[in-house]
Design a binder for this molecule. Structure first.
Ligand code: TYM
Length: 336
């Protein structure tokens, strides 16, 4: 059985961008495909430590797994929860893939360029980040990886590494689907990039300091509504989906379509010819507020013990699968 796999770092609370770009698509796919695929949901806690972490990483990890249940994930025997650092094969395969990847291709990663920009010295983990991500994916024969558009370049790198490896050593890795096919599988027209509410040219990001730029999933519904109502739009006075010329208005329609699970084209058509931005904002503010109300009340009902039990089963499964793939890889190098 092939695998659908995703991970969200647990450094802090997540944004509406994380939720709509990765978490909700994973839950929707899991709920419709867990008969035919393994559904691997893990916390990349080793990826978290590329930036400064406080002493709460362990607890935040448990909390971030609760998000999936709070978003309606239906559990069954094919759904597996685990933590990256509890499956040592991830780090081991990362090192081996380091010896397959080139400096040139890894240096081209946009996330690395952005995160290292302006820093006098940047830690090696930031550079190595996509190789560990490739290991996360390749250990489990993952074919679909629900992620936001900002991570697509890392999937392409994973595909390149796996193809190079297989050409040299035989068919050991499953090559994840092309990002264009991943998007289709998820029923989207293109990769999801939820924009910053104040500067809609940029993506909504946890690390942005301006609070009104982002909706956090623990914002009170009232606060979130205010943020949507004060989102930047434009002075063109027509509601049209055009990410280049009207990114603010387009972002609001995108958020609405993702929350309501309604095709973007339908949302665009329903606002076509309208001119009142305030009305659109009110509609989206209501959708966001009711999403947060529901999510937060479900979150409070999930206990740590429930997650710890799932982790026990999931980590035993993950270690078995990952160690067996790792052994195949070690053998071709003569390490075993
Ligand atoms: P992280 O925690 O930085 O982001 C988690 C997910 O949220 C998506 N995302 C967005 N999607 C749409 N609009 C936005 N504004 C937005 N902001 C963030 C990201 O694309 C991501 O899918 N590298 C991964 C973690 C990871 C991983 C993996 C994922 C490590 N190994 C293996 C899948 C498979 C990341 O970006 O985490």
């Amino acid at each position: 059985m092939k695998t659908i796999l995703t991970g969200i770092r647990s450094n802090s609370e997540i944004t509406l961008g994380n939720y709509l770009g990765a978490l909700l698509p994973m839950v929707r796919l899991a709920n419709t495909h867990s008969d035919e695929y393994n559904i691997n949901i893990f916390v990349p806690d080793l990826h978290s430590i590329i930036s400064e972490v406080d002493g709460n990483l362990h607890q935040n990890t448990i909390r971030s797994l609760k998000y999936y249940l709070a978003s309606g994930l239906v559990l069954n025997k094919n759904v597996h929860f685990y933590r990256q650092s509890y499956v040592p094969a991830h780090s081991e395969l990362c090192w081996i893939l380091d010896c397959v990847a080139t400096m040139g291709e890894t240096s081209r990663m946009i996330q690395y360029k952005e995160k290292s920009k302006g820093q006098d010295s940047c830690n090696v983990g930031i550079f190595n980040y996509p190789i560990l991500m490739a290991a996360d994916i390749l250990l489990y024969d993952a074919i679909y990886v629900p992620i936001g558009e900002d991570q697509f370049q890392h999937i392409e790198l994973t595909r390149n590494l796996a193809t190079r490896f297989n050409n040299k050593f035989g068919d050991i890795f499953t090559i994840p689907a092309k990002t264009s096919d991943q998007v289709k599988f998820m029923g989207e027209e293109e990769g999801v990039r939820v924009r910053d509410l104040i500067n809609p040219e940029k993506k909504m990001s946890k690390s942005t300091l301006a609070e009104n730029s982002k909706i956090m999933m623990n914002d009170s519904p009232e606060r979130a509504k205010k943020k949507i109502m004060s989102a930047t739009t434009d002075s063109l006075g027509r509601i049209k989906f055009d990410m280049w010329r009207q990114p603010g208005v387009s972002n609001l329609m995108l958020i609405e379509s993702l929350i309501q699970d309604e095709p973007l084209q339908d949302v665009i058509s329903s606002w076509s010819g309208e001119t009142r931005y305030g009305e659109l904002k009110k509609k989206v503010a209501e959708s966001v507020a009711s999403l947060l109300t529901d999510f937060q009340s479900k979150l409070e009902q999930i206990s740590d013990d429930e997650i710890l039990n799932l982790l026990e089963e999931g980590e035993s499964y993950a270690n078995k699968v990952a160690n067996s793939k790792l052994l195949e890889v070690q053998k071709v190098f003569g390490l075993r």
